[in-house]
Design a protein around this ligand. Structure first.
Ligand code: B12
Ligand code: SF4
Length: 583
């Protein structure tokens, strides 16, 4: 029986399910691997990588490769007092072995396309740990009737930290602690490992815009639930992660980071006051970027931005009145890499007009493009609408609800096979016309340096310029590998032009740069051979992490946060000198 409490919980909070005298032992799991292979539980399209899954997947050796953990698990574990183990990317066998250690509660985090894996895991829990309670969470919890389809004792819909606290019988309204987490692992471009670490910041989940197809907005009731409420909170979380990992770059997991303009402006102030400059990769919608201002984005340290262009055939409120071409060009002229996301198979699309939309997205010349099928994910308005019209093909198993092969609903103008063919054509055309994403990203960073000539000569902008130059110089080392693996004449010409632009700006490569570059080329060739012989799948390593928190350790964490805040402020006073560089 769900009881709605007065707080941020989107779908209500559960009653306490455990004895207050005996804190339960909790296991929190992501679904088991292998991932991205055709087997009884998954499909080859469900690759556990962002770019190789849905952005650069046809770009062969040039595809950007990196993996992300199942972040939600770590956020929950870091915010509950019950002794908890996180098991991320286990094999089925490892999961069974973990169960043998004995737990009172097992939480399974999954998305719709991992439905069969979650169901199998729940079956295994019942078999090996019959007394344990099972809770299902994550976007998969939105699957209609999931409580009947998968063995479980509870389903956590929406935000999970407060939900879990309530279920375990802990105080729900304690502040949320942002754990230090690395954003991406096993990062490599053209087979060359990318140096340095990138931190993860989750400023909040959900989005108020409520675009009708959007799972992340609807999953949280079209609301935004902040984890870090002020610019100072964000800055301090970045400082903590930077102190631990030595990183200055952060991936901000927030569907629309700039929507809270005040918080972003405060973050700029904090960085400028402290003379400690971090760089951010963000997601934001066109209307918020426009309102925020281009030069402010540079000040904020944004170097990469995911933008929903969607389609010319359906104008979402967020894109209304926005000149996309000018917006993307304005961002990229300032060195900011844009990933434009386009949606294929809107109701208005036909085999005759869909190429117009594909060409439109390509003509914007973003550094990267995601093409995603218009997929009615459970809980969205689109799902309700297509279901009402009887158009969703429920005979298609959830493993195939990923938007990267065939449409899961009956489109009036396309056969399922055509949806597969047009999607592939879109990715291929984008690659053929614009060349590899890594080449475009390199060109954009280099191009952005010129923008600083007209920006004020402040310490902040000087720091941003140095960071951009370092990025461009680093990527320059890969230009010979880009040339070697250019897949058509257009790309060969573009790489050649890029090499010449570098020579013009920085002069010829030094001997050590040439040596590093030759090393990069050798690694790229080795990687190409690996892909040819063994295929391009990489499985993420299994991670197991134990959390033993008590009210004391939570108090200690809060104290550490305060100390950090005081240090950051002291640092601001001592080090806010014009020559300081952090980037
Ligand atoms: C990182 C990410 C990935 C990573 C995967 C990381 C991983 N280890 O699983 C990569 C890039 C590999 C990936 C791939 C895919 N992804 Co993805 N991904 C995301 C992304 C961008 C962020 C998720 C995240 O970490 N958020 C931050 C954390 C803190 O929030 P959270 O996960 O929502 O967790 C909170 C609650 O959901 C809840 N919760 C979560 N788990 C649990 C568990 C329990 C027990 C409880 C109580 C609560 C709970 O509590 C948390 C705190 O409040 C989301 C979009 C988004 N912005 O959320 C899409 C998203 C989750 N992905 C999605 C999809 C469809 C995919 C793909 C199929 C590809 C595709 N077509 O997009 C593949 C499948 C790969 C695979 N084999 O599983 C969809 C899921 C839709 C759905 N309804 O199921 C999303 C929502 C994107 C979208 N808008 O459509 N993805
Ligand atoms: S703006 Fe983006 S995140 Fe927000 S609802 Fe629309 S698609 Fe979803």
């Amino acid at each position: 029986m769900l009881k709605v409490l007065e707080n941020d919980a989107t779908f209500g909070l559960p009653e306490r399910a455990f004895d207050p005298e005996r804190p339960p032992r909790v296991l929190l799991c992501g679904v088991f691997g292998p991932y991205g292979v055709d087997d009884a539980f998954g499909r080859k399209e469900n690759i556990m990588e962002l770019f190789h899954n849905q952005v650069t997947k046809v770009q062969g050796v040039a595809s950007m490769r990196f993996q992300h953990r199942s972040f939600g698990l770590y956020f929950i574990a870091a915010n509950i007092l019950a002794p908890t183990t996180v098991l991320d990317f286990p094999t089925r066998k490892q999961f069974i072995r973990e169960l043998s250690k004995g737990y009172d509660a097992v939480g399974i985090s999954f998305i719709a396309s991992n439905f069969a894996k979650a169901r199998e895991m729940a079956r295994l829990v019942r078999k090996h740990l019959p007394k344990a309670r099972i809770v299902l969470g994550g976007h998969g919890a939105a699957v209609e009737g999931v409580e009947e389809l998968i063995e479980c004792d509870a389903v956590a819909r929406g935000e999970g930290i407060r939900w879990m606290r309530a279920w375990l019988g802990e105080r729900v309204d304690r502040p949320i602690h942002h754990p230090n987490i690395v954003s991406a692992e096993n990062k490599h471009i053209l087979g060359v490992p990318t140096p340095g670490r990138t931190g993860l910041i989750v400023t909040g989940i959900g989005c108020v815009n409520g675009c009708r197809f959007c799972a992340t907005s609807h999953n949280f009731g079209k609301r935004y639930i902040p984890f870090l409420k002020t610019g100072r909170d964000v800055f301090e979380a970045a400082c903590r992660a930077s102190d631990e990992f030595g990183c200055t770059d952060f991936f901000v997991m927030d569907e629309n980071f700039l929507k809270d303009r005040k918080r972003a402006m405060e973050l700029i102030d904090e960085m400028e006051r402290a003379g400690r400059y971090f760089n951010f990769a963000i997601f934001s919608s066109a209307e918020t970027i426009t309102a925020f201002g281009m030069d402010e984005l540079v000040r904020l340290g944004v170097f990469w931005l995911w933008l929903g262009v969607e389609s010319r055939f359906e104008t979402y409120t967020k894109n209304r009145g926005v000149d996309m071409r000018a917006l993307i060009d304005g961002l990229q002229s300032r060195g900011i890499v844009v990933l434009a996301s386009g949606i294929l198979f809107h109701e208005e699309h036909t085999p005759q007009n869909i190429e117009e939309d594909i060409d439109y997205v390509i003509s914007l010349e973003p550094c990267f493009t995601q093409f995603m099928q218009f997929t009615p994910m459970p809980v969205t308005e689109l799902y309700q609408d297509l279901k009402r019209k009887g158009l969703i093909d429920f005979s298609i198993p959830y493993e195939e609800w990923h938007g990267q092969k065939r449409l899961v609903w009956k489109h009036p103008h396309f056969t399922p096979r055509q949806t597969e063919e047009f999607l592939h054509m879109a990715f291929q055309k984008e690659f053929d016309v614009l060349g590899s994403g890594v080449m475009r990203m390199t060109r954009t960073h280099l191009r952005g340096l010129a923008a600083f000539d007209s920006l004020p000569d402040t310490e902040c902008f000087r720091s941003r310029r140095r960071a951009l130059e370092a990025r461009a110089r680093e990527l320059r080392l890969l230009v010979p590998a880009m040339a070697r693996f250019a897949h058509n004449q257009t790309e060969r010409d573009l790489v050649d032009a890029l090499a010449k632009s570098f020579d013009r700006r920085f002069g010829p490569m030094t001997a050590s740069e040439r040596a590093l570059s030759a090393g990069g080329l050798a690694l790229a060739m080795k990687y190409a051979l690996r892909v040819k012989l063994f295929g391009d799948r990489f499985q993420p390593a299994t991670h197991r992490q134990e959390y033993r928190q008590s009210l004391w350790s939570e108090a200690a964490t809060t104290l550490a946060h305060w100390t950090q805040a005081i240090r950051a402020r002291a640092h601001a006073q001592v080090f806010a000198l014009p020559s300081r560089t952090e980037t």
